[in-house]
Design a protein around this ligand. Structure first.
Ligand SMILES: Cc1cc2nc3c(=O)[nH]c(=O)nc-3n(C[C@H](O)[C@H](O)[C@H](O)COP(=O)(O)OP(=O)(O)OC[C@H]3O[C@@H](n4cnc5c(N)ncnc54)[C@H](O)[C@@H]3O)c2cc1C
Length: 224
């Protein structure tokens, strides 16, 4: 038998229209968390990047391995913590300091040290704070909500990209129907399996190549 096949280790499509304005931006040292309903199902720290349709890069590709079947039930929420090294109080102090140093500047001109320039218009839009507002009249509540946004930049995952962009295939020949010592089918004598065709998949890091080589070695040795 064959289990359901789907592309895996693949970029994600994001619903929010502002995503395309971030195309080409890569972020280092961020934490992404995936939520299904209210529950976090995956969290990773590292590097990611934005594309015209959504998100990609190492931590997104790894995260995709956990979402395939879940996405069939409902959209997932992805949050980016842009400043994972600081908790909300520490980040609030940092933002306050930036605002104090730029007291007479407008909000839209006071964010250059917090974010890459491509991200600034998106963060302003999502903050709901008037971009023309002088930072010295931004209220504590507005600032705290902005700090929360920086640690929980929200987006909606609506789908995964297809096989053309996938690193591996999830699903395949049921492993319990294959003899693990010889890789011979338990149902059809003389039929051997190796690699991607098997219902085996792993995260990046060489594990998928190892699966291909080890199963092929076992099958080859046994056939010989
Ligand atoms: C961009 C990219 C990066 C990757 N990076 C990593 C990594 O860093 N680490 C890791 O572990 N894995 C990585 N992988 C996954 C890894 O390459 C695969 O898991 C592995 O190559 C699977 O080996 P395989 O021999 O089973 O299949 P494949 O390597 O896909 O080989 C199947 C072969 O069969 C041929 N073929 C197909 N149909 C027919 C047909 N009808 N007749 C004759 N020939 C046919 C194909 O042309 C192909 O040569 C990566 C994959 C991609 C796409």
């Amino acid at each position: 038998g064959i289990t359901e096949c789907m592309p895996s280790l693949v970029p994600m499509e994001i619903n929010e229209p502002w995503i395309s304005s971030l195309q080409g931006l890569s972020l280092r040292n961020v934490t992404v968390t995936l939520y299904q309903g209210g529950k976090d199902v995956y969290q990773e720290f590292g590097e990611m990047l934005f594309t015209h349709y959504g998100v990609s890069g190492p931590i997104i590709i790894s995260a995709s391995s956990y979402v395939g079947k879940k996405l069939k039930e409902q959209n997932l929420r992805l949050e980016i913590d842009l400043k994972p090294a600081l908790d909300e109080d520490q980040l609030d102090h940092r933002v306050l300091r930036d605002f104090e140093e730029n007291a007479n500047k407008q909000f839209k001109n006071a964010l250059g040290r917090l974010f890459p320039s491509k991200l600034i218009p998106v963060m302003i839009q999502l903050s709901g704070i008037d971009p023309e507002k002088k930072v010295n009249v931004i209220s504590k509540e507005e600032r705290r909500a902005f700090v929360h946004l920086i640690k929980h930049l929200p987006m909606t995952v609506t789908g995964l990209r297809g096989y053309n962009e996938a690193i591996i295939t999830k699903g395949g020949i049921r492993t319990r129907e294959v003899d693990p010592g010889t890789m011979e089918s338990k149902q059809v004598k003389g039929l051997y399996f190796a690699g991607e065709v098997l219902d085996l998949d792993a995260l990046t890091g060489g594990f998928n190549l190892q699966i291909a080589w080890s199963t092929a070695y076992a099958a080859g040795s046994s056939i010989k």
